[in-house]
Write a protein that binds this ligand. Structure first.
Ligand code: C5P
Length: 224
């Protein structure tokens, strides 16, 4: 018969936050812990996939059998992803990539002046990594995104699936202490063909296993 679905599949992933430098000692970041992405990487490696994980600044051990590359900013993460895109079967974008970076990070530590009571940072748009991958000439066969939303979760997730040109998207509710930094997560998996599955709240490790099982089922019985 056929080999198990994930065996030998090359999966490239991003996880964690990005840090965007303000000056040599300060950054703009976010509350992503990287747990969901690391749990997915571990589940995929366990299932036999060849996993490369581009990790933002997180304090998590590298899952067994996973090749891990560290990146700090969105631009560094994009560069690391593009360098490894060829021969990838699936790209999974779990990273909470900063939408903006500081236009001109200071070369020296910024000093506050006496009497100064405000300051302005100019921000410029970061590249959208998953959208770049989805439009790339070497686009992997499957491109999967995440959507973390505080409101109108499924509506926003369906929109992102379409606008970013993804095959699937994992939607999870954030805010009110949910998801970011937590051990548990509740999610939906949406396919561009309209299939949708709900995964009630559970440990991120268990959610990762359920997600890859559903992806396997869906991808096995569709021609894409
Ligand atoms: O647009 P939004 O950030 O909500 O979309 C989330 C999805 O897009 C996630 O899969 C995230 O990893 C990805 N993303 C990205 N590069 C960005 C912003 C988001 O890859 N600059």
């Amino acid at each position: 018969g056929d080999p198990p679905f994930w065996v030998g599949k090359r999966v490239l992933m991003t996880a964690g936050p990005t840090f965007e430098a303000v000056d040599p000692v300060r950054f703009i970041g976010n509350r992503s812990s990287g747990k969901m992405g690391f749990a997915l990487a571990e589940a995929l490696a366990q299932a036999g996939a060849q996993v490369t994980l581009i990790a933002g600044p997180v304090s998590l051990p590298t899952p067994p059998g996973v090749e891990r590359i560290d990146a700090e900013s969105a631009e560094q993460m994009l560069e690391a992803v593009l360098a490894r895109l060829s021969d990838t079967d699936m790209f999974i974008s779990t990273a909470a990539v900063a939408d903006w970076r500081v236009a001109k990070p200071a070369e020296q530590k910024l000093k506050k002046q006496s009497g100064q009571d405000s300051m302005t940072l100019e921000l410029v748009r970061n590249p959208d990594i998953v959208a770049t991958v989805a439009q790339h000439p070497e686009r992997p066969r499957w491109v999967v995104g995440f959507a973390a939303e505080t409101d109108n979760l499924l509506e926003h997730a369906r929109e992102k699936l379409q606008q970013k040109g993804l095959d699937m998207i994992v939607a999870n509710q954030v805010g009110d202490g949910r998801a970011f930094g937590q051990a548990d997560n509740e999610a939906w998996l949406l396919h561009r063909d309209g299939r949708e599955t709900h995964f009630p709240l559970r440990r991120k490790e268990a959610l990762a296993e359920a997600l890859i099982q559903t992806m396997e089922n869906w991808l096995n019985d569709s021609k894409d």
